[in-house]
Design a protein. Structure first.
Lengths: 121, 409
C-alpha cells in the first residue's frame, strides 16, 4: 500500500488539519482529540472542499421526559466538519454525512511513525 | 483569521479567495469541457449593502437621502427590514464571515473582480446580477422610500457597475412595485440602457400582480422586448410563517410560496393572454412547487371554468410558456425531478442559475450530472435557452458550434 508523508508530527497539533493531494484524490488529514483521521476532500453533495470548513460540535436538541424541548446544545461527544460550500456536515470520527449516514467520504488509514504523519492509500 | 466554533472555540483559516474556494468547481468545469459550452447564469448576486456609500448619493429625494445617509453614517439600525435568521449557518458557510478578508486589486470595481473570479471558476460566461438586501425592499410601508432606493440602486448598477463588466454581467432591474407609476418610470428610464435585459418584481410582497394599475408596466416591458422576472425570497415576518422556528423552514416554504402566490394570480387572470410576447421568468424558488401548482390549478380550472374567463387553455399550459431558473434544484428524488422536467418542458423553458455567492448555490454540474437529460437539453438549459431569450452571443468558436449543434431550431 503506498504511503505518503503529509506532515511532521510537530506541525499538526490537536485541532489542526492539513489538505494534501494523494494520487487523484485531495485528502483532508485531521488531528482531533488525539486521533488522526483522513478523508477525501470532495464533498458528496456538489464536490466542494468538504474538509476545509468549520470544525464544530454536533447540534443536539434535548427532549425531556414529558416530550418538551429543553432547547439546543452542542454535543460533548460528537464533532463535525462542515463543507464550506453549502454546509454538508460530516462526522469527524467516521466521515459519515450526518444528514444521511449511508453516505460516507472515502477514508484513509493514517499512521504516525518516526515523527512523520503518513497516509496509507 | 479566526472563525468562531462551538463554545467559543476558534478555528483559524486563511483569508478568503474565491478562486481557491471554488477550485473544485474549476476542476469540474475542466472535466466537463465547460469552456466550450455557453453557460448563462440567470441568477447571481452581489452585496449592494457593502457599497451603500456609493449607492445612496443617487437617491433623488433630499429628505430621504439625508435620512438614509445619516442612519448609515452613525451605524445605527438597519436600512431595510431584516431577516431574523442567519444564512451562513453560524459561520459554517465560511465565505460569509470571511467575505471582507478577500483582497481585490486596483482597477475594476470590487464586485466586478469578485464576480469574474466565481464566474471563471464555475465556467459561467454571462450572469444576471441581482442585489441581496434589496430583494426585501417591497416590505417597506413607504412606497417613496422603495422608489428612491430602487432608483438609486438601478442608477448605480447601470452607471457604475455594468459598464465595467465587459458585458459579462447583465441585469433585470428591481421595480418599485408598490408604486405602478414609479415602476413605469423605471422601465421608461432604464429600459434602453446597456446590460438591462428586463425588470424584476421582488416577489416578497402580497400585492395583486393582476391589478389594472400594473398593465401599463407590463405593456412597456413587452413593447421593449424585455423580460419580466419574479425573484422570490424569505420573510420570517410573514404572518403565515410566524410559527416557523428555523431558518431552514422559513427558506423551504418562503421562496416557493411567494412565487406560487404571484403565479396563481398571473395565470388565473390570464396575463399570459394579455401579454403573449412578454417572457416571464420565475427565479430562485427551486422546481418542486411547479408540478404541485400545475395540477392544483388545472383541477380547479376544470371544475370552475367560469372563474377563468380569460383562459383559452388549462393553467398548466400557460405555466409551460414561462421560464424557470434552476436553482436550488431539489435532487433527492430523481424520478420526481425527471417528471418535473417533463412537465415544464425543461429543454426549452429551464434556465441554469447558480445564485452564487449565496449559501445554497448550484454549480453547472448540477445540470450536467442529471442522468435523464440529453446532451441537447443540457446545453440548452445551461445557456442556449438564456442566450436566445436575452440575445447573448457565444464567446468562443467552440461555444458557437455547440450552440448551433444543440439549437432547438
Amino acid at each position: 500500500m503506498p504511503e505518503t508523508c503529509v506532515a511532521k508530527s510537530d506541525d499538526l497539533k490537536d485541532g489542526d488539519r492539513v489538505i494534501v493531494r494523494i494520487g487523484r484524490d485531495e485528502v483532508g488529514v485531521f488531528r482531533h482529540k488525539g486521533s488522526l483521521r483522513a478523508y477525501s476532500n470532495y464533498c458528496l453533495h456538489a464536490g466542494g472542499p468538504a474538509c476545509e470548513g468549520l470544525i464544530i460540535a454536533k447540534v443536539e436538541e434535548r427532549i425531556l421526559p414529558d416530550k418538551t424541548s429543553d432547547g439546543l446544545y452542542f454535543s460533548k461527544d460528537e464533532t463535525h466538519f462542515v463543507c464550506p460550500w453549502h454546509g454538508y456536515e460530516y462526522d469527524l470520527k467516521t466521515g459519515e454525512c450526518v444528514g444521511n449516514r449511508k453516505l460516507k467520504l472515502r477514508s484513509y488509514e493514517v499512521i504516525e511513525r518516526g515523527g512523520d504523519i503518513i497516509v496509507v492509500s | 483569521m479566526d472563525l468562531i466554533s462551538d463554545r467559543g472555540n476558534r478555528v483559524t483559516v486563511e483569508e478568503l479567495n474565491t478562486s481557491n474556494l471554488l477550485k473544485h468547481a474549476r476542476e469540474q468545469a475542466d472535466r466537463f469541457g465547460l469552456d466550450d459550452i455557453l453557460v448563462v447564469d440567470v441568477d447571481s448576486h452581489h452585496y449592494e449593502m457593502e457599497h451603500l456609500d456609493e449607492v445612496l448619493p443617487f437617491v433623488e429625494n433630499d429628505v430621504l437621502k439625508q435620512l438614509l445617509m445619516s442612519n448609515r453614517a452613525k451605524g445605527r439600525g438597519s436600512l431595510l427590514p431584516s431577516e431574523t435568521s442567519f444564512q451562513d449557518m453560524g459561520g459554517r458557510i465560511t465565505r460569509y464571515p470571511l467575505r471582507h478578508s478577500e483582497k481585490t486589486g486596483p482597477g475594476k470595481h470590487r464586485d466586478v473582480q469578485l464576480g469574474n473570479r466565481w464566474m471563471d471558476a464555475l465556467g459561467v460566461d454571462y450572469a444576471c446580477l441581482f442585489p441581496t438586501q434589496m430583494l426585501h425592499v417591497g416590505l417597506t410601508t413607504q412606497p417613496d422610500l422603495e422608489n428612491n432606493l430602487c432608483w438609486a440602486y438601478n442608477r448605480w448598477l447601470t452607471e457604475k457597475i455594468l459598464p465595467e463588466t465587459d458585458d459579462r454581467f447583465f441585469s433585470m432591474l428591481c421595480l418599485p412595485f408598490n408604486d405602478p407609476d414609479a415602476s413605469l418610470r423605471h422601465v421608461e428610464t432604464f429600459g434602453g440602457r446597456k446590460g438591462v435585459k428586463g425588470f424584476c418584481v421582488t416577489a416578497i410582497r402580497t400585492l395583486p400582480v393582476h391589478h389594472n394599475s400594473y398593465m401599463k408596466v407590463y405593456r412597456a416591458i413587452e413593447e421593449r422586448g424585455l423580460a419580466l422576472s419574479f425573484h422570490s425570497g424569505t420573510n420570517s415576518a410573514e404572518p403565515l410563517f410566524k410559527s416557523l422556528n428555523r431558518f431552514a423552514t422559513v427558506h423551504a416554504l418562503g421562496f416557493p410560496m411567494y412565487n406560487i402566490l404571484h403565479m396563481a394570480n398571473w395565470v388565473t387572470n390570464a396575463l399570459g393572454e394579455r401579454f403573449p410576447k412578454l417572457p416571464v421568468i420565475w427565479i430562485e424558488a427551486g422546481l418542486a412547487w411547479i408540478p404541485f401548482l400545475m395540477q392544483r390549478l388545472d383541477h380547479e380550472y376544470m371544475l370552475r371554468t367560469s372563474e377563468y374567463p380569460g383562459l383559452r387553455k388549462p393553467p398548466s399550459d400557460y405555466m409551460r410558456d414561462m421560464y424557470y431558473s434552476s436553482q436550488p434544484m431539489e435532487v433527492t428524488d430523481m424520478i420526481q425531478l425527471e417528471s418535473t422536467f417533463r412537465m415544464i418542458n425543461a429543454e426549452t423553458q429551464l434556465l441554469y442559475a447558480s445564485d452564487y455567492p449565496h449559501w445554497d448555490f448550484d454549480v453547472p454540474s448540477s445540470v450536467l450530472n442529471l442522468p435523464f437529460l440529453s446532451e441537447r437539453a443540457k446545453h440548452n438549459i445551461l445557456g442556449g435557452n438564456a442566450a436566445r431569450l436575452f440575445d447573448l452571443k457565444p464567446r468562443t468558436a467552440a461555444q458557437k458550434k455547440n450552440l448551433e449543434l444543440h439549437s432547438r431550431a
